[in-house]
Design a protein around this ligand. Structure first.
Ligand code: HEM
Length: 502
């Protein structure tokens, strides 16, 4: 019989290595493709995945285009692969209602696709089951309408800085890229409302807080750690062991130190601040519910960090698109200005006077329909279950393509047209509530929704009181959207700004 040891060493060593490589490649191949037959067994159509699942397609087309194509070709319930992980891509609103609301107890958690540093595992978006329930009941009241009213004066200061910044960009010919100004505004808001920090990123774009937050959000499907963990989810455990995550280590350290320092300062003084950090520190004092859990310092830290990530970019994207939609629909901008002039005139926007501006609410809702900042919702089945005839196994990931549904002509007449009247008091009852989900759905929807709406509305009102936004030759009327996890303009939003004769 043939034995490797009997061969000369110069043949046996390379031969052994070749055999080892073949075994490793074959094992990796079997491991990564093992899941590929699951949808055939479930009777659900899916695009045949390649060796790397659909990662190359995610990178090449981007999430939005991929979801539109898959849904068009395979229907409202299909299978996709995120690395080796199978996920059901669902745009059937009946099924969505069942999963996100009626059967919520079976779908409480999100799937975490990429490794997170240990500290972030304590954030509300990442904790699971009863831990999430307890944390949500503590955090929700910090975003109540009363708390938002308290925070509105903090937001107003940031609005003032932004108006000044736009004022400097007024030009009869040149257009302005809005993205950085909107980002500086929402970063100021998060720094002020979450930590009581007066950042003024409009004047200090190099402020560490701002620079690190932007770096933290540079997530890409093609980053090596992301690709490896999606292809070999087992590596996530190894990353956990070494406390590795997709966020740059120096950013995590910067924010951890900043928040830790702020917490220590607050502990030493009797603070009457009304920002989110103080509200979280106060929760146990203010709670009337004996079973309500006091948050640990790590949890406060994790959530403060998460608020920066969840709140800053999403809100600035929404504001940028709202201004774009107003500039490209000047008659709607005029109507919005008319409402502001009639109802609050030149008064500075406040929590209370904003309530009268219902047309501005309609504009924000329609902006979020056309450009929902988040691309997909995600839940994971806790048990084997049967929903509407689909046998969904324990662990199955559910993905809901928000953009696809928001642009589906079956739910929205003329879906690519900006029509705020869809959300008027007379019309909004006609909207299928499971076809509109910019802030998610069900008990685990966006906890910061009130803050996001307030921040966007205050900015739009103050800006329209001072300026007119005008489409220019640089404006992409239909913005090209980026391929990443957020619905953002790939090339930036360019508009011309004119000062109103006030
Ligand atoms: C226009 C701005 C925003 C948009 C479009 C947005 C959208 C979303 C979406 C789609 C989700 C997932 C919901 C689901 O799975 O059903 C979410 C979750 C979340 N958002 Fe927002 N968000 C915005 C602003 C904010 C702000 C300002 C904060 C806080 C400062 C925030 C904090 C959160 C948190 C903590 C979660 C996780 C909730 C949980 O797991 O219980 N968001 N957001």
């Amino acid at each position: 019989m043939f034995e490797i040891e009997s061969l000369p060493i110069w043949i046996s060593v390379p031969l052994s290595l070749i055999i080892l490589v073949i075994i490793l490649v074959a094992t990796a191949y079997i491991y990564t493709t093992w899941t590929h037959t699951i949808f055939k067994k479930m009777g659900i159509p899916d695009p045949t995945p390649g060796l790397m699942g659909m990662l190359p397609l995610h990178a090449e087309k981007g999430i939005i285009e991929l979801d539109l194509e898959v849904t068009k070709k395979y229907g409202p319930v299909s299978g996709i692969f995120i690395g080796r992980l199978p996920a059901m891509l669902i745009s059937d609103t009946g099924l969505i209602k069942q999963i996100f609301v009626q059967e919520f107890s079976n779908f409480v958690n999100r799937n975490q696709f990429v490794p997170n540093v240990n500290i972030m595992k304590r954030a509300i978006a990442n904790v699971e089951d009863n831990e999430w329930r307890a944390m949500r009941s503590v955090i929700s009241p910090t975003f109540s309408s009363g708390k938002m009213r308290d925070m509105s004066s903090l937001i107003n200061m940031c609005v003032g800085n932004m108006v000044d910044s736009f004022g400097e960009k007024v030009d009869p010919i040149k257009s302005v890229k809005l993205d950085e100004i909107c980002q500086a505004y929402t970063m100021d808001v998060i720094a002020a409302t979450a930590f009581g920090i007066d950042a003024d990123c409009q004047k200090n774009p190099e402020f560490d807080f701002f620079v690190n937050a932007k770096k933290t959000l540079q997530f890409s499907f093609s980053a090596p750690i992301v690709v490896l963990c999606l292809m070999f989810p087992i590596l996530t455990d190894i990353c956990d062991y070494f406390n590795l995550g997709y966020m740059p280590r120096d950013c995590v350290k910067y924010f951890t130190d900043t928040v830790h320092h702020a917490i220590q300062e607050r502990k030493q003084e009797t603070s009457n601040k009304r920002d989110l950090l103080q509200l979280m520190l106060n929760t146990h004092k203010e709670s009337t519910n004996a079973s309500a859990k006091q948050m640990t310092e790590d949890e406060i830290l994790a959530n403060s960090l998460f608020f920066i990530m969840a709140g800053f970019d999403t809100t600035s994207i929404t504001l940028g698109f709202a201004l774009h939609c107003l500039a490209t629909n000047p008659e709607i901008q005029d109507k919005a200005y008319e409402e502001i002039t009639q109802k609050i005139g030149k008064e500075a926007p406040t929590y209370d006077n904003l309530k009268n501006l219902t047309y501005i609410d309609m504009i924000i809702s329609e902006t979020l329909r056309m450009y929902p900042a988040a691309t997909r919702l995600n839940r994971r089945a806790n048990n084997d279950t049967n929903i509407n005839g689909y046998d969904i196994p324990n662990g199955m990931i559910i993905m809901v393509p928000i953009y696809t549904i928001h642009r589906d002509p079956a739910h929205w007449e003329d879906p690519d047209k900006f029509v705020p009247e869809r959300f008027s008091a007379e019309n909004k009852d006609k909207i299928n509530p499971y076809a509109y989900m910019p802030f998610g759905l069900g008990p685990r929807n966006c906890v910061g929704m009130r803050l996001a709406n307030l921040v966007t509305k205050m900015a739009i009102v103050a800006l329209l009181q001072n300026f007119r936004f005008i489409q220019s030759p640089e404006t992409e009327v239909t913005p090209k959207l980026s391929k990443g996890g957020f619905v953002r303009s790939e090339n930036g939003i360019y508009l011309r700004i004119e000062r109103r004769n006030v």
